[in-house]
Ligand binder design. Sequence first.
Ligand SMILES: C[S@@+](CC[C@H](N)C(=O)[O-])C[C@H]1O[C@@H](n2cnc3c(N)ncnc32)[C@H](O)[C@@H]1O
Length: 288
Amino acid sequence: MSESFDGDWLDIREPADARARSFALAERLSAALPARPRLLDLGAGTGSLFRWMAPLLNRAQAWTLVDADASLIERAFDTIAVRALDVGFDISAPSKRVLLVHTPSGAWRVEGLVADLADAPDGLPLGKHDAVVCTAFCDLVSRTWVEGMAARLRLPFYAALNVEGHARFLPPHPADGIVARRFRRDQGRDKGFGGPALGPDAVRAMAAAFRARGFDVTTASSPWRVGRAEARMLSALVDGHAEAAMRRTPRGGTAIRAWTARRHAQIGQGRLRAVVGHRDLLALPGRR
Ligand SMILES: C[S@@+](CC[C@H](N)C(=O)[O-])C[C@H]1O[C@@H](n2cnc3c(N)ncnc32)[C@H](O)[C@@H]1O
């Protein structure tokens, strides 16, 4: 059973994601790809990686957005179409599952695929793609999942915005420690990928698994830096931390509720900001 994600939350985080991602790693991926790259985006959600990376690739390209949640894929298509029109690109839809964005650098083809990725790469059309990419996805998966992917993949693998397990809300609050400890523990909850989620261990596990298979692995820090004016993002972060911290046990509930109320008051006063650690990873296959 896949973990569900709210499309509004994915939209709220998109600007912070876009600022956080490592350009250097994405440019390295771009340089390793052919003239018209075909990318398979796992857990694509509302398509925010496509919107960030397609202009960076800056050539004709084809994307397959894979997600278990059909409503997110539908929303991805709507958002991609609206944003393309907003910047003056034409769009066309040769079929219900395919959208074409006509840009001066060539056509960007986007296709949706609704699938449960619990057993990936089983069932994925790897032979029709030049890279597997994902964002905010690999901290949900298990060690077995990563090892299976590294063992079977012979394509570049790019995984951006994996949590590092530390978030700093400023100014400090006495209950920061309990919220952080509980939040970190919740990140290891089984998210439907055959074992505990890797959470903050995701990058270490991916780097070891891909290096063991001869891939050249590079990582880069990609923290969210959320400023005092970003009230919606800060509110969502505070609520997400409080909810995760309370999930397993109501113990400590009074301190966590006080933390949440204080953090919301600080957002209202324009006094709260946050830094959340993430890391991007790129694994390029060795020559055979
Ligand atoms: C944190 S969201 C990230 C979405 C998107 N990549 C982004 O950066 O905005 C994780 C995504 O993984 C998808 N997902 C989670 N478990 C899944 C599964 N077992 N199979 C396919 N997709 C899954 C969710 O539906 C969600 O869209």
